[in-house]
Ligand binder design. Structure first.
Ligand code: NAD
Length: 484
């Protein structure tokens, strides 16, 4: 298959925090891949802006090292890498002071798309927005990209939205959730709304339940201090899992446009039921051999913060009433897996003698590893011996089905950055969506804080605490296995 990469308009992309971890690990290596794919126009520029005392060449050296460390096999192309690095520039800037802003203003060109990536902590968002205006660097068409965490509760998210709104229109604000940039996530919409097969079955008449799992094998790493103030609910459920839930559950938008899609997602969040305490299981990983426990990792022997959470929730609308959605996410789990499983109902009656098992169709959507989908179907076991039924997956691993096109496809960050340059907000969160998600999350967190709920410990390398299994067993169901 032939890749179809459409170049974007010329741009000046300023990355505030351009020397930071996210810029070095994801943003710049991703931009290099877009450059190699021919999507980044030769006249475009990426301008790093941060506190470090560097000049253009110093910044290029830093990014060259970052690409050597975090880039893929493409980093071996020295000639192309030099051409890409030549499109980088650097400005030393202080977000909280006036240093560097004049120099940045002089660098910016007219008649190109101006985009500003706020790859810094949220406490700097207001200062950056204000100075971009004061120094007349942002124009009416400029876009800003803001990173998670977008607040830590409803009040702080509202305050952040207000700060940004005092300088930028909503159509200029791109709140990034990199899960939405994943190929499979967009494919979820293509599968649902581009086929006649699934949509008629996508409701409480045919769906038994839906599982969303985001399991990581890593612990809190060097982010212990931050993570311990956040936990799995704020760090993963409120944003990533909530976004996946919305895309699975939303009504078909009237067209694939930014507000049409986001209006439908918002309706899902607003229709989420409050959750009873006994439908929430929180956990903390225990020590194992040399491996420290969660509490040791965050250096807080009394921490009540969860490194794992499982929830059962419901959506009160015509389509989903009565269908449980089971969500779970955690650190130090068995495998690194992100998946959504749509488990369809039993047939109700079998015509096959001796077949007492529960054969079910299951549509599994894998975000990682091996992005793809499979549909479990029931067939006859091959060979003689009568009609015995078995379940097999109809597998569509994108790398197999799409060959080179799948390999060439952009990873989440680079795809989303190109969407910013194109001015397409479909895969970014709108302010009201983020606030609605916090409005649902806040009472749950307040509830377990008021109860002094102590997270259950779980073994590292497991599927989470026993109570998480019980959450489904009580309903006569079982989590899908976490397979790497
Ligand atoms: P980092 O600490 O590695 O880098 C911070 C950057 O901000 C540095 O370039 C630093 O020079 C710059 N900076 C700090 N104070 C400044 C100031 N006063 N003026 C100008 N520049 C200043 O942080 P990071 O990990 O790159 O994260 C950046 C943002 O992205 C954070 O909001 C973080 O929560 C979010 N994020 C990071 C990741 C990740 O994988 N690192 C993932 C998701 C979200």
């Amino acid at each position: 298959m032939v890749s179809r990469v459409i170049p974007v308009d010329n741009f000046d992309l300023v990355i505030f925090g351009g020397t930071g971890d996210l810029a070095r690990r994801k943003i710049l290596p991703g931009l290099f891949r877009r450059f190699l794919a021919g999507q980044m126009p030769a006249d475009s520029r990426v301008i790093g802006a941060a506190r470090s005392d560097l000049d253009d060449d110093g910044y290029r050296a830093l990014i060259k090292d970052a690409i050597a460390e975090f880039g893929g096999p493409e980093k071996e192309d020295a000639e192309k890498l030099s051409a890409f690095l030549a499109q980088l520039a650097y400005v030393q800037i202080d977000a909280m002071g006036e240093g560097g802003w004049g120099a940045l203003a002089k660098l910016m060109r007219k008649d190109v798309v101006r985009a500003f990536y706020f790859s810094v902590g949220p406490s700097l968002f207001g200062a950056l927005a204000e100075r971009l205006h004061k120094h007349k660097i942002a124009d009416r068409n400029s876009r800003i990209v803001v990173e998670k965490p977008f607040g830590r509760d409803l009040a702080s998210a509202q305050a952040l939205n207000e700060t940004l709104a005092s300088h930028f229109k909503e159509t200029q604000i791109y709140r990034i959730d990199h899960y939405l940039g994943k190929e499979t996530v967009q494919n979820l919409m293509a599968v649902r709304f581009g086929n006649v097969l699934f949509e008629p079955l996508w409701n409480n008449h045919y769906v038994d339940h839906i599982e969303i799992t985001v399991a990581e094998t890593v612990g809190v790493g060097g982010r212990g201090a931050y993570y311990d103030k956040s936990g799995a609910m704020r760090d993963m459920v409120q944003n990533h899992l909530m976004q996946l839930l919305c895309l699975i559950a939303m009504e078909p938008p009237s067209r694939y446009g930014p507000d049409e899609v986001r209006d439908e997602k918002l309706k899902v969040i607003r229709a989420l039921d409050p959750i009873d305490a006994h439908h929430i299981v929180r956990g903390q990983y225990d020590a194992k051999g040399e491996e420290p426990s969660y509490r040791e990792d965050v250096d807080n022997a009394k921490s009540f913060t969860e490194s794992f959470i499982a929830l059962k929730c419901g959506i009160s609308n015509w389509r989903w009433a009565g269908v449980p959605f089971y969500l779970r996410t955690g650190k130090k789990m068995k495998s690194r897996v992100s998946s959504i499983d749509v488990v369809f109902k039993d047939l109700g009656h079998t015509i096959f003698e001796g077949d007492h098992s529960r054969h079910r169709n299951i549509l599994s959507i894998r975000l990682q590893p091996n992005e793809g989908m499979d549909l479990q179907v029931t067939i006859k076991e091959p060979g003689p011996g009568g009609m015995r039924l078995i379940d097999v997956p109809l597998d569509m691993t994108f790398a197999d089905a799409l060959g080179d096109d799948a390999e060439d496809s952009a990873d989440a960050y680079e795809r989303l950055i190109m969407d910013v340059i194109r001015g397409n907000q479909t895969l970014f969160m709108r302010g009201d969506e983020v606030e609605a998600a916090w409005a649902w999350t806040d009472p749950l967190i307040e509830g377990w804080e008021a109860r002094n709920d102590v997270p259950k410990t779980y073994e590292q390398g497991s599927a989470g605490p026993e109570d998480a299994m019980a959450l489904m067993h009580r309903d006569g169901r079982k989590w899908r296995e976490i397979k790497g």
